[in-house]
Design a protein around this ligand. Sequence first.
Ligand SMILES: Cc1cc2nc3c(=O)[nH]c(=O)nc-3n(C[C@H](O)[C@H](O)[C@H](O)COP(=O)(O)O)c2cc1C
Length: 366
Amino acid sequence: MPTEFISLTFPNASTELKPIPNATIDPNYLVRYARTLDDHEFNYTLVPYDSSYFDPFTVGATIATVTKNLKVIIALRPNTLYPTVAAKALATLDQLSSGRAVVHFIAGGSDAEQAKEGDFLNKEERYARLEEYIRILRRAWKSPDPFDWDGKYYQFKQFSNKVRPVNGTIPVSVGGSSDEAYRIGGSLADIFGLWGEPLKETKEQIDRIYAESDKAGRSENNRPRIWVTFRPIIAETDELAWVKAHATLDALTTNRALGQGKAPPNAPPPQNVGSQRLLDIASRGEVQDRALWYPTVTATNARGASTALVGSHQTIIDSILDYVDLGAELISIRGYDNLNDAIDYGRYIVPGVRKVLQERSNGSTA
Ligand SMILES: Cc1cc2nc3c(=O)[nH]c(=O)nc-3n(C[C@H](O)[C@H](O)[C@H](O)COP(=O)(O)O)c2cc1C
């Protein structure tokens, strides 16, 4: 499979550098951002989920309408939607977009965040529910006949689905870094999403996911495809990029102190293992490998993807290729100055990585 690129959807001009408190959706901005990704040949955009944030399905449908090739990854927490409803909603989006829908499952990393929308299961149970949920969706997408379900978390009778995905099914992604995430994602997912960790730790995580995939009886060429996420800070030269990185860190730190950061100033330590791992690695040093930079992790309490890659275009291209060589097939890059960074990545990083990969494949077939 070719290496593919992912970005994150931004519905308005608010950024972590210049937050606009209570910003509503700016339809012109949303469309411009989505078309920028499509024009620059990003493959996917993730529409994220948060208990206090916009509805990913309507945002995702809007993106699909104004783009040609960009695939829309809907972030979905099982507690927010009954699985038969989710199966039809995703298949509806898939038909509207001619087969460009993808779903990214979030079991839920924080008890407090889950409780905000009435979910009081513990994390182990949230993952067990996710497993059942994925099985129901896959059955609903393919079953020609009405079917009953008598599971631990869901029971229904004679569900009959007339809304089929264009290509028979919809790619299922799972994200997380806990044992449960590896088990459910490794055994069931088409794609497994990770945040940016050093090469050694990323390799360890990939090995864990593959081991769970093997344990579930999946063949070597049917393992989940690996997705890794970075926040590149790029400039013409390494030196200029580091100046930009420190200005970015100053803005993140100041905004958090003012209560305008993604995490409040006095946020407790995160409960999800993925964020705990990032903070642990951050405590070991600022820079890992070529250019993986961790102070942005500490400054934001590892709230969401937060590891930066800092450097010239070539440094970032080389760093991304390190992860491709490790087995990552999907590379998520989004910046801090969202729209301008997407344009820069589209001009320099995405084609730069593809060019090297093309040269390599020409070389191997010559
Ligand atoms: C690539 C990626 C994207 C994610 N997107 C979201 C999101 O949109 N909303 C959200 O609440 N959590 C998101 N998460 C967080 C995890 O899915 C969540 O913390 C997980 O359910 C539990 O994490 P754990 O297994 O590491 O403890 C994302 C994680 C990854 C790796």
